[in-house]
Design a protein around this ligand. Structure first.
Ligand SMILES: [Zn+2]
Ligand SMILES: [Zn+2]
Length: 137
């Protein structure tokens, strides 16, 4: 979490209570959260209105700290996308069930290789698998 705050500062984001509350909620959540879910989180609702939550999410996405997962029927959901906080997901294309992959990230080596070969730093990546769950099969 401190690492994340540091990252935001480095990217020129103002560290507000709202920003912290939103990152906390995303950090604690097992699964990606929608704008609506963030909005009604008591810790966030206390300090942020919907527009603020939305703007904060946009800013986090802008600096690559936030990942947007798009679901055909339920809209976008968000999760943190950095270092240890980043997760990989398995999503059912039909019912939208989301599962977090219970394995260590399979592409870190590839990421390092790409970073070296291309001179890129502060790498992040997104990996989402789609399919049909047992129920929908
Ligand atoms: Zn399903
Ligand atoms: Zn990964």
């Amino acid at each position: 979490m401190e690492e994340l705050i540091k990252c935001c500062k480095e990217q020129g984001l103002r560290i507000t209570k709202g920003l912290k509350a939103i990152m906390n909620a995303l950090d604690e959540a097992k699964l990606p959260l929608s704008l609506q879910e963030l909005e009604v989180n008591p810790q966030i609702a206390e300090i942020c209105d919907r527009a603020t939550v939305f703007r904060t999410l946009q800013r986090l996405e802008g600096i690559g700290l936030l990942r947007r997962l798009n679901f055909s029927h339920s809209g976008a959901k968000f999760s943190l996308n950095t270092g240890d906080a980043h997760k990989e997901y398995l999503i059912c294309r039909l019912c939208g069930e989301v599962k977090e992959l219970k394995m260590s990230c399979p592409v870190h080596q590839l990421e390092e290789k790409l970073s070296e070969e291309n001179g890129y730093s502060a790498m992040t990546h997104e990996l989402t698998f789609y399919g049909l769950c047992r129920k929908c099969n």
